[in-house]
Design a protein around this ligand. Structure first.
Ligand code: TNX
Length: 534
């Protein structure tokens, strides 16, 4: 162990000495003064210690990883790809290009005690090198997002004869406050393509979100291919709110989403909402229906009218197939069963249903998540309740020692309008301007003990949005605030500091072509003035 740390350090030293000799050959760089503590990092890291100089990122910088494993190599390649997109530079990863390497970014897998949490990382930035220490690939990946945010949008071409992107020197020690940092997308009310979902993943990963919850089924649409029940998508996937075209993911499409999320160290949580919100399933296979009416395709936005027949064994055979097929292609640990607004299900039937479905989910080695109404059932403490509205049900879950994901509609619903003039969104829970979305304390919200809180998730329901641009209008900038609420400690969160850092995200959002809502509460540091006239 000591030997391997030693040999790693020697290798690193060798690299630094080896490369620094090139510096003189090229030119003595003039570096700007910097202040790492004033950088617009979101989410705010645990500790930031500035040393006021700069690492000159330029074409003579190379990326190395230790070990040179395939998986860490991928993390290095991700960084190189993103540096290229931002600066146009092409940095090599783990290939020695001798004379041309002047400075290095070294991604180092270590086992230090400070790095025992899997997403923890440390960044040591000096004039000569950037060392990113992490125990796991996830940790390294989160650290890379911090590094990406430290690279200026524009190179500094005035100090030297060539372009450099000065990165402030200093030390960052970081780890997440909550292990679950999620965003939910409703692809059932309106369908969103694989490309749309990938873009959302890109944006969320930049802010260290690690869970994407896909609301795959609802009254208006069934969006995931189930090979043993093909009509779910043939019939149930054929429409959406407003009578538009609908759509669905084939299992191959879904695998593509999972692979893309996994490249971004993001889990995907599939949700099959039941026993209510099941009209699309019941239209496809009427034997599932339990509300006594003939199910028809539904394009409206009312809730609470549909239910499975909870007392038929064949319904559970169906559910077993659905969970089995999805679990087989979604390796992440959770399966969401919905469970909300089952107003057409009798209380005792609801409880019976949720308890029986929990066993199916567990049979496929998944931890069950459900909306807070599942607190009415007697569930295993491994199951998770997602708080959106009902404090009484969440208290029941906590009594059962279950963990809770916080998504209080009044604070965390991305589909709520910013104000009465917002072009999209609803307001049944509240208007949620950018400050309201950020200024609350998950640690003490509703009196749930901190040890029971798994994390925070921001749901985006899609009754009022039907394309990526509308999605972006509701999600940004608010989603960025939820990243800080779930990653950063209470002591490190502060609206005045946050709003200044958020203002500077405009440049990233514009480069990514994101249709963010230019809230007047923020003094946007935009590249594109026209955006602010909207
Ligand atoms: C409530 S939140 C719902 C959804 C709607 C949403 C609209 C929850 C668990 N159920 O069915 O889309 O409100 O804001």
């Amino acid at each position: 162990m000591i030997k391997s740390v030693l040999s790693q350090s020697l290798l690193l030293l060798g690299l630094i000495i080896g490369v620094s000799s090139c510096t003189e050959k090229i030119e003595k760089l003039i570096l700007p003064e910097t202040d790492l503590a004033k950088e617009a990092l979101i989410p705010m890291p645990l500790k930031v210690i500035p040393t006021n100089s700069a690492f000159a990122l330029d074409q003579f910088t190379a990326i190395y990883t230790s070990p040179r494993s395939e998986s860490l190599n991928k993390v290095g390649a991700f960084l190189s790809e993103k540096i290229n997109a931002k600066t146009g530079l092409r940095l090599s990863v783990n290939t020695v290009e001798g004379e041309t390497v002047d400075r290095i970014i070294y991604i180092n897998q270590v086992d230090g005690t400070e790095l025992k949490e899997k997403e923890a990382y440390q960044l040591y930035i000096t004039k000569d090198s950037i060392i990113l220490n992490a125990k796991t690939n996830e940790g390294a990946f989160r650290g890379i997002q911090t590094l990406r945010q430290l690279i200026p949008e524009k190179s500094n071409d005035t100090l030297n004869t060539r372009s450099i992107w000065p990165i402030p020197t200093g030390k960052i020690i970081d780890k997440p406050n909550f292990e679950y940092r999620g965003a939910m997308l409703d692809v059932a009310r309106h369908f969103f393509s694989v490309e749309d979902v990938k873009k959302y993943i890109d944006l969320l990963a930049y802010y260290k979100i690690n869970a994407l919850h896909l609301h795959l089924t609802d009254d208006q649409g069934w969006r995931i291919e189930i090979k043993s029940w093909p009509k779910l998508t043939e019939v149930g996937g054929s429409t959406e709110v407003g009578g538009e075209a609908g759509g669905f993911y084939t299992q191959e499409d879904y695998k593509e989403i999972i692979a893309y999320a996994s490249k971004h160290h993001m889990m995907v949580i599939p949700e099959v909402d039941m026993p209510g919100h099941t009209n699309a399933a019941s239209v496809s296979y009427p034997f599932l229906n339990g509300n006594g009416k003939t199910p028809r395709l539904y394009e409206g936005t009312h809730v609470g009218f549909s239910t499975f027949d909870t007392r038929k064994d064949t319904v559970y055979t169906f559910i077993d197939d659905v969970v089995r097929e999805i679990a087989a292609i979604n390796p992440d640990p959770y399966f969401h069963i919905g469970g909300d607004e089952s107003d057409a299900t009798k209380h005792k039937d609801y409880v019976y249903f949720v308890e029986r479905v929990e066993k199916i989910v567990n049979k496929y080695n998944k931890r069950m998540i459900g909306w807070d109404e599942i607190g009415q059932a007697n569930l295993d403490s491994s199951s998770i309740s997602q708080f959106w509205r009902h404090e009484n049900f969440i208290n029941e879950a906590v009594k059962n020692n279950m963990k809770v994901i916080l998504s209080p509609a009044k604070k965390a619903y991305l589909d709520m309008q910013y104000d009465p003039l917002s072009k999209h969104g609803l307001h049944w829970a509240a208007y949620i301007p950018v400050d309201t979305a950020y200024v609350w304390t998950p640690e003490t919200y509703s009196g749930i003990p901190k040890e029971n809180i798994l994390g925070v998730e921001a749901p985006l329901w899609s009754e009022t949005i039907s394309n990526i641009s509308e999605l972006e209008y509701l999600a940004f900038p608010r989603a960025i605030g939820y990243s800080e609420l779930s990653w950063s400690t209470k002591e490190n969160r502060n609206w005045d500091s946050y709003k200044k850092r958020l203002a500077k995200q405009a440049q990233y959002l514009e480069r990514m072509n994101v249709n963010y809502y230019p809230s007047k509460l923020i003094d946007w540091k935009s590249n594109v003035n026209s955006k602010l006239d909207k």
